[in-house]
Design a protein around this ligand. Structure first.
Ligand code: B12
Ligand code: SF4
Ligand code: SF4
Length: 316
């Protein structure tokens, strides 16, 4: 076999195995400086990362996947669908991605590690590293380069087949593989629904998000700080994350509700009431939400969010 045939057959094997492991998309991109690197620096310098100082601290490492794994040649990106049920009215709104209670980092990491093991067998002298959120890697950029989908005006990566309700994870590897075509189309057209629907005006421009104004940022990442009253008044009943700019997206209207079984909802996350969250003691919170994405945000911040949501509901 020629080198070319070798890299293609390894790529095909990974895609086949990826499908068996539950990845709805699996694409491969060359390890390059991502087109979003300079926009990322600009985003940071305009203060749009808010207090996520870990992005700022590691900004140089985003320039090339080598910053995460030296001599990376290929970036394998996998997407797993988490779309299943619809939200219920009068609940404490939790973002869909957290409904199952499973930490998606662990689910994706385990599957990607298995895939990396297959790659190691196929290319024994290669080195690989699995990445889900934690490393300085623009995952959406590499997903676009790997042919998964396009950047929506809400900054989500969108697939024509499964909308934007999916998680991303990547394997960086020193192995040379056959690359997919980068996604070149943008199917947003003249639509501006996500921008119009955002209750806190978090999009200063299309394709650009200001975390300082984003409900998702404040309810998940802003654990210590107070939330300005005028902003909090627009949070509605969201207590963890926010899905509004995805719920209104036409590409999600017909997105298949056939999520991976690991992401089927748990009723106490899908349909909790605000009062039931406010009534929890810290020990009860730990017992109930241990191991779920809510645990990382913590009791104090979730209670703060629930108090804001209750006030918003009382104010109509
Ligand atoms: C920090 C972070 C956040 C922050 C900031 C979000 C943001 N839009 O940047 C906050 C806390 C607000 C957040 C919220 C959410 N997040 Co988040 N988040 C991340 C994280 C860890 C880093 C993202 C980052 O670096 N942002 C910086 C910006 C500048 O980069 P970017 O948006 O990825 O890419 C931009 C540039 O590359 C630029 N770009 C690219 N090419 C080019 C070319 C040119 C010419 C130009 C001008 C620009 C440009 O356009 C992109 C869009 O602005 C990623 C995981 C990862 N490591 O990538 C998850 C991730 C993006 N989040 C994810 C999810 C699910 C969410 C939420 C839906 C959760 C929720 N329901 O509450 C919301 C969605 C809010 C939204 N509309 O984005 C998923 C997204 C999956 C998908 N389909 O896109 C990711 C990939 C996690 C994962 N592993 O699955 N998140
Ligand atoms: S997640 Fe919510 S608050 Fe953040 S940009 Fe989207 S609609 Fe706005
Ligand atoms: S709502 Fe419209 S503009 Fe926003 S991401 Fe979806 S298609 Fe694009």
């Amino acid at each position: 076999m020629t080198d070319e045939q070798d890299t293609r057959s390894t790529a095909n094997m990974l895609k086949q195995r990826g499908k068996e492991l539950g990845f709805h998309h699996l694409g491969i991109a060359a390890a390059v400086t991502p087109p979003g690197f300079h926009p990322l620096l600009d985003w940071i310098s305009r203060g749009f990362a808010a207090d996520m100082t870990w992005i700022h601290r590691r900004r140089d490492a985003y320039e090339h996947p080598d910053g995460v794994l030296p001599e990376t040649r290929s970036v394998i990106v996998g997407a797993i669908n988490y779309h299943n049920q619809s939200p219920l009215p009068d609940t404490a709104r939790i973002a869909r991605y957290a409904w199952s209670g499973h930490d998606y980092h662990c689910v994706l990491r385990d599957r990607l590690r298995e895939l990396a093991g297959q790659l190691q067998t196929a290319v024994p002298n290669s080195r690989s590293r699995v990445v889900v959120d934690t490393a300085p890697l623009l995952e959406r950029d590499f997903a676009r380069l790997a042919g998964v989908g396009w950047f929506g005006k809400n900054t989500m990566l969108i697939s024509r087949e499964i909308g934007s309700w999916f998680f991303l994870g990547a394997i960086l590897t020193t192995a040379r593989l056959a690359y997919d075509e980068p996604y070149a189309e943008d199917y947003c057209g003249t639509c501006t629904r996500c921008i119009d629907a955002c209750p806190t005006d978090a999009f200063p421009e299309p394709y650009l998000l200001d975390s300082n104004r984003c409900i998702s940022y404040h309810t998940i990442e802003n654990r210590s700080g107070e939330i300005p009253q005028d902003l909090a008044a627009d949070f509605g009943n969201w207590i963890f994350g926010c899905d509004i700019c995805q719920e209104v997206c036409p590409w999600n209207r017909f997105a298949p509700k056939d999520s991976d079984p690991a992401f089927h909802p748990r009723s106490d996350l899908h349909s909790a009431t605000l009062q039931s969250i406010l009534d929890l003691t810290e020990d009860e919170f730990q017992e109930r939400f241990q191991g779920t994405p809510l645990e990382r945000t913590g009791f104090t911040a979730i209670q703060r969010n629930a108090r804001i949501a209750m006030q918003n509901m009382e104010n109509g």
